[in-house]
Design a protein. Sequence first.
Length: 359
Amino acid sequence: MPKNVYIHIPFCKGKCKYCSFISYNKPEFLTGYIYSLLKEITENYRGEQINTLYLGGGTPSLVPADLIKKIIKKFNYSNGCEITLEINPDDSSLNYLKQLNDIGINRLSIGSQTFDNDILRIIGRRHNSDQIYNTVTDAKKAGFKNISLDFIYGLPNQTITKIESDIKNFLNLDIQHISTYGLKIEEESIWGKNPPDNIPNDDMQADMYEIINSYLEKNEFKRYEISNFAKAGYESRHNLNYWNNSEYYGFGVAAHGYIDGVRYYNTSNLENYINNPVKHEYGHFLTEQERLEEDIFLGFRKTTGINISEINNKYTIDFNKKYKNVLAKYKDYLVKTENGYALNIKGILVSNLILAEFL
């Protein structure tokens, strides 16, 4: 039974050069899109009490608060439901943040990426470092107590010194959560066709990740997933639902969902979605082997790792026997936990290679 909801808001003022997400600079479609989104929710939401709601994009902070309120009112909520909205520093104001807080948004994910103004310009962001500080300050004034910032490493012209400066800036903001992402240039992005110069190589990115990990864990942040760090009690419950391989609704253009054993996604064509928001473009019922592989792949992203007793009972297998060769091959990259296995820091740096062997 899905108790978590993802909603995609596909509007942006412009495309960042590294971005491969589905988004459009078509503000004239925004209001019509929201009403089609409401129709999709009405037709497909089954009324469960939900534990998390996440509005991502695109740039959800381009949507007026009164329209976000219409979306939020469509759902039934459990006590303490986590309701997150992604926001860009150049879209925020104290008044808008107060409106968000008033309608029930209780967690913000701020697309900061870096505090280096030269690099922000290179990657196509519209904000500067001062706007990051102002957004966090205004968010606190508006009443938000659960604030996350995004941090990308491996960007053009980034050095270890610049990474250390960024981390100190993040820590000075006194926030609760940091998501760190190594730059990956996807084919669908602007840089996919014309990659930039001066990108740190894989070894340098690995060094950056280790430095970020070391700094944050010395300053109250605990890594609970490969890319995510939180102060105690502020882990993203919505994202943990993904990594626990639990079901969830996906609403909106290009949104993915997982319900009743079926993974599905919606059309990526904005006009087609607005005209017919109810019909999923694709659905696939997962086989038992596919579900097992997903449990392993997603479970290893968490620092707690995988629980082999749960996996053995769920799939009637002997995990240690079935994956004996893989476990032996990568024993130096794994940690034996109380319940199973987790990746150590060396394993995280080559996680894609290791996880491919379980598939």
